[in-house]
Design a protein around this ligand. Structure first.
Ligand code: UDP
Length: 332
């Protein structure tokens, strides 16, 4: 067991709960703070300590940092629904930007020197060059992306002013579930394609809508870079090692496989895995969706010893499907 512990905010949520597993499996002690609004207490591995509360509760966060000898923060807590950020922007500037400001300040006050932040490809907006590299202009086209970009900016400035370094990991499309079936995407009201498709495959929906068939892509549907959540979680553990080994350096890195699949290719993969045919309904574009978003992942490959283990669309789909079936059994 290593010295001190890692604070994971949002550790009861989809990506956070996988990061908790990766940290525990790597021998770290973990303390989670989660308000359990969209997360679930059962999603937190029993080897971790769960503190129920808000990251903007300074007294709670600082007591947790001190009581658990916290050495680094992995910050996942936040709101993640892009269309909701358009209709309720202040919720995003509160839950993402303002809450992150509080958390970063608590880290500085408590002498926690390393910070890993869940950022997003949405900070690039509609990139002119795909695959998109980290130095591309960050011009978000929705409040969600802007709320995350503002947090990246705070981290940059805090790292310049204090003994503090950070790694902003910019996620592309996260999907799949823990291959050992310990966690997965569980929050109701899914908007993400692979989750929706496996819900349809398990009878929770009767069809999948295809949002737009007239993009300038190989089959006219949107192309995305889908990354397995366990590979993403592993990237966080490597990033943590790097921040600790080189405390004067901060990093911004894309997390993706560098390869895109269209909506129709994803649905074909679901059909292959289930050996059935999903009902697809072609429809209009969804507002705010760029046609193609694929990571240039050369920086993360050059900087971290991270190597994808599950870079296979059928594997991503089959892990997501296995978790969806488990959820169905749980819900009866
Ligand atoms: N998409 C779709 N039908 C759905 C959900 C998504 O056609 O029910 C498309 C969407 O337009 C985009 C891709 O699937 O091209 C991935 O969307 P998702 O919401 O999963 O992630 P995003 O890229 O928007 O973060």
């Amino acid at each position: 067991m290593r010295e001190g512990s890692i604070l994971v905010t949002g550790g009861a949520g989809y990506i956070g709960s996988h990061a908790v597993l990766a940290l525990l499996d790597a021998g770290w002690r973990v303390v989670v703070i989660d308000n359990l609004v969209t997360g679930f207490d059962w999603a937190v591995d029993s080897r971790a300590t769960l503190v129920k509360g808000a990251i903007e509760d300074d007294a709670l966060v600082r007591a947790t940092m001190r009581d658990h000898d916290v050495r680094a923060v992995m910050h996942f807590a936040g709101s993640v629904v892009v269309p909701e950020s358009v209709s309720d922007p202040l919720k995003y500037y509160r839950n993402n930007t303002a809450a992150s400001r509080s958390l970063i300040e608590s880290a500085v006050v408590c002498g926690v020197k390393h910070f890993i932040f869940s950022s997003t490809a949405a900070t690039y907006g509609t990139p002119e060059i795909v695959p998109v590299a980290e130095d591309s202009p960050q011009v978000p086209i929705n409040p969600y992306g802007m709320s995350k970009l503002m947090t990246e900016t705070m981290l940059r400035d805090v790292a310049a002013a204090h003994r503090f370094n950070y790694c902003a990991l910019r996620y592309f499309n996260v999907a799949g579930a823990d291959p050992q079936g310990r966690s997965g995407q569980s929050t109701a009201g899914a908007t993400h394609l692979i989750k929706i498709a496996v819900e349809a495959a398990t009878g929770k929906r009767d069809h999948v809508s295809v949002f737009g068939t007239d993009y300038d892509t190989r089959d006219g549907t949107g192309v995305r870079d889908y990354i397995h959540v366990s590979d993403l979680a592993a990237a966080h553990v490597h990033a943590l090692d790097l921040l600790m080994a080189r405390p004067t350096e901060s990093h911004r890195m894309n997390c993706g496989y560098g390869r895109g699949y269209s909506v129709l290719e994803v649905l074909d993969a679901v059909d292959r895995v289930t050996n059935r045919k999903l009902d697809r309904r072609m429809g209009p574009r969804r507002a705010g969706d760029p046609g193609e978003l694929v990571a240039d992942n050369s920086r993360i490959l050059a900087t971290l010893p991270w190597r994808p283990q599950r870079d296979d669309l059928d594997l991503i789909v089959s892990d997501a499907l296995a978790w969806e079936r488990k959820l169905s059994e749980r819900d009866g």
